[in-house]
Design a binder for this molecule. Structure first.
Ligand SMILES: Cc1cc2nc3c(=O)[nH]c(=O)nc-3n(C[C@H](O)[C@H](O)[C@H](O)COP(=O)(O)OP(=O)(O)OC[C@H]3O[C@@H](n4cnc5c(N)ncnc54)[C@H](O)[C@@H]3O)c2cc1C
Length: 341
């Protein structure tokens, strides 16, 4: 194992900003993890695991510990019964390539999560979801190294405390588990309606009746590519803010002043409102900020794009300006989605 000193972290975030890591190591096998952790303990520095940095913003100060980049490979399919199969995927596998491989085998359950950037091992952390699917819907279990018990453990999906874009790995057990592989239980049956509204609209438009799993993947890729910037070409972290959830009474007041404000009722009687709408209404539609080199993406203002920012402080300045204007206009505080480290 090679420990790289003063590693440039901007290469490990799709926003392409941030300082240096004291040390960085690539993890290619689960047995590397205890070794790397003991090494970090000997140096008296913290350690953390990352995938491809599509949900991370590194601070300009960097990370004064050991960054472990998960590159553990693996992909196997095992039949469970006539209609279902288990799929084991190494945590370091590129997520979209893994989805493509399951779709190619005619397996359904994660096809709507096509084209989400990042590694497979990161998907449980925020219970990755899109177009009506979340990984918690079909995840069977997770294999991880538990830094507390110093053992490789299997965690059943029902013990992961999954919620909307959250899990125990993001909350109570943040930093405890180093995920090594995921097991999904996928079905050989074709996807069946009801489909997510945006998917159904596209299918109707193309006059597609009984879509195959491959068709759903293609439709999702077409919709996502038409709306979101490709992080390989344009530096960004996807949605930079979460959709705020507010009290029904607050929503009604807002509706009086802004009759077109979109809102969706949540199960707990509150209302989820569109952060993109708030940002646009606060004056940040296709907004290019000369001072910071940051911009909002012209097709989706929720996506902040690094056009020529020089450092994370520029991004933070731009982020705070948006938060401030939205707060001043609507009395709502936007919350950042990607993790700032
Ligand atoms: C253009 C774009 C579109 C996006 N669209 C969506 C979307 O539709 N839905 C959605 O949910 N997300 C979306 N995202 C966010 C992002 O793709 C996901 O959060 C993804 O799972 C992050 O993967 P990663 O490998 O880059 O993780 P990283 O950014 O490297 O890490 C994210 C977090 O997970 C932890 N982590 C990573 N790997 C491991 C591991 N093996 N074990 C333990 N902890 C680990 C890290 O410490 C960190 O806390 C989008 C991002 C972009 C840039």
């Amino acid at each position: 194992m090679k420990f790289y000193k003063n590693a440039d972290l901007s290469r490990h975030s799709t926003m392409r900003l941030g300082g240096k890591a004291a040390y960085l190591v690539n993890i290619t096998d689960k047995t590397d993890i205890p070794f790397a952790l003991s090494w970090a303990a000997e140096q008296k520095i913290p350690a953390m695991m990352i995938g491809s940095g599509s949900n991370i913003v590194w601070s300009d100060a960097g990370y004064s510990g050991l960054v472990m980049v998960n590159k553990i490979k693996g992909f196997t399919i095992r039949e469970c019964d006539e209609t279902t199969s288990y799929v084991d995927i190494g945590a370091g596998e590129n997520w979209d390539s893994a989805v493509a491989r399951t779709v190619k085998k005619g397996l359904s359950g994660i096809e709507a999560l096509s084209l989400i950037p990042g590694t497979t091992g990161a998907t449980p952390v925020q219970n990755v979801g899109a177009y009506g699917q979340e990984i918690s819907d079909t995840l069977d279990s997770i294999e991880a190294y538990d830094a507390k018990t110093k053992k490789i453990v299997t965690i059943p999906a029902e013990s992961c405390q999954f919620g909307y874009r959250t899990s125990r790995f993001k909350e109570v057990d943040h930093g405890r588990f180093f995920i090594t592989s995921l097991r999904f239980l996928l079905t050989k049956e074709a996807p069946s309606p009801p489909f997510y509204a945006a998917l159904q609209t596209y299918l109707d438009h193309m006059n597609i009746k009984d879509p195959s799993v491959q068709t759903i993947r293609e439709v999702v890729i077409a919709i996502r590519s038409s709306k979101l910037p490709n992080p390989a070409k344009i530096a960004n972290n996807g949605s930079f803010f979460g959709n705020p959830i507010i009290a029904k009474t607050t929503f009604k007041k807002l509706q009086k002043a802004y009759p077109h404000i979109p809102g969706w009722p949540t199960n707990d009687g509150r209302v989820k409102i569109s952060a993109a709408w708030l940002i646009e209404a606060a004056g940040f539609k296709n907004f290019h900020d000369r001072k910071t080199g940051m911009a909002t993406w012209h097709k989706q203002p929720l996506v902040l794009v690094n056009e020529k920012a020089e450092c994370t402080a520029d991004l933070i300045l731009f982020r705070d300006r948006i938060i401030g204007e939205v707060q001043a206009k609507f009395k709502i505080t936007l919350q950042q989605e990607p993790e700032l480290i």
